[in-house]
Design a protein around this ligand. Structure first.
Ligand code: FMN
Length: 325
């Protein structure tokens, strides 16, 4: 009997497929479809710190009363936050699977109350998408780590649901960051968030949006860092994200050491049905490979468990170039 159950950040999921935070998960009725299609959990669309600030700016655009600024900003915040709490409550009513709320933030202070309300609204966990691309010449890695730690500690003190940190891949030393996050109480990490991709239109000579969805080839980085972090930082759950497009990708991430995966671009492209297809194929593969549970093969190919872990650290294509004209 095949059992796809997995433990992720203190939650028990019926299987490792999590619908990733995006426009896919903003509507409670649609979230019910992911539940029906078999998903293990859902991460709701993030509430963006920037979005709330922008809403406040818009409200003040036409008539600006400096003395009313604080009031208007507080109104914008309450309005957006209340909408978000409703999405949590409604999704919880309609779905049987864990519902993970998501905040997209770069400062901690303003989110503490909100994190408490999210917990009260019934979210099973909170994913913090700590979101910034560091470009300051004077900032070093320590400044970046300190931002993560400050946000994590303050939110951890405020709530008792599991806290998951979603990180980007453009951070100096990923295993070191995850180790610090674990030491400061993170229950899980999502590797990785996909940043907005800029492109250049050479005809209009303007900066334009590049590919919104990930590509299959993005999975390689996800596998590498899942394997290295799982091997070097045991004891923190990993959800592999970016480039997970089919059932084989899911198996690869679990072999590398993930407790779960998040899928977003693939569901945008193929619809909720892909979830049940992935689950069926996973069961077949497990049956053929004589595995009855996810735990039997999780991390089999992590950095800690392969004969030559340096393979994961290899960055040059020496052999490839040596054989080319
Ligand atoms: C249209 C779109 C909207 C997204 N919105 C969010 C969001 O609100 N919060 C967030 O943390 N990630 C967001 N993401 C990132 C996804 O959750 C995910 O990390 C990323 O797409 C990589 O996974 P994938 O390869 O399965 O697409 C968004 C992605 C897409 C494509």
């Amino acid at each position: 009997m095949i059992d796809l159950k997995t433990k992720y950040a203190g939650l028990t999921l019926r299987n490792p497929i999590i619908v990733g935070s995006s426009g896919l998960t903003i509507n409670p009725e649609r979230n019910k479809e992911y539940d029906k299609a078999g998903a293990g959990a859902i991460v709701l669309k993030s509430l963006f710190e920037e979005q709330i600030e922008m809403h406040g700016d818009q409200l003040m655009q036409n008539e600006y009363y400096p003395e009313a600024e604080d009031y208007i900003r507080a109104y914008a915040r309450t309005h957006q936050v209340n909408n978000y709490l409703e999405i949590i409550q409604k999704t919880k009513e309609l779905c049987s699977i864990p519902v993970i709320a998501s905040i997209n933030c770069y400062k901690a202070d303003s989110w503490i109350d909100f994190a408490k309300q999210i917990e009260l609204a019934g979210a099973d966990a909170l994913e913090l998408n700590v979101f910034f691309l560091e470009t300051e010449l004077t900032h070093n890695c320590e400044d970046i780590y300190n931002t993560y730690i400050r946000i994590l500690r303050q939110v951890k003190e405020a709530v008792s649901i599991p806290i998951i940190i979603k990180i980007g891949k453009f951070i100096g030393n990923i295993p070191a960051l995850v180790n610090i996050l674990k030491a400061n109480g993170a229950d899980g990490v999502v590797m990785f968030n996909r940043f907005y991709q800029p492109d250049i239109d050479i005809n209009s000579m303007q900066l334009v949006s590049g590919q919104v969805f990930s590509h299959h080839s993005d999975l390689s980085d996800t596998i590498r860092w899942t394997a290295v972090v799982a091997g070097k930082v045991p004891g923190i759950s990993i959800a592999s994200s970016t480039g997970v497009h089919d059932w084989e990708d899911v198996i690869k991430c679990i072999l590398a050491g993930a407790s779960a995966v998040q899928m977003c671009s693939a569901i945008y492209t193929h619809g909720a049905e892909i979830i049940s297809q992935v689950l069926t194929c996973m069961e077949e593969w497990m049956h053929q490979s004589n595995f009855e549970s996810i735990d039997e093969f999780r991390g089999k190919l992590s950095y800690a468990n392969i004969a030559n872990p340096a393979m994961y650290e290899r960055v040059q294509f020496m052999k490839y170039f040596a054989n080319r004209d």
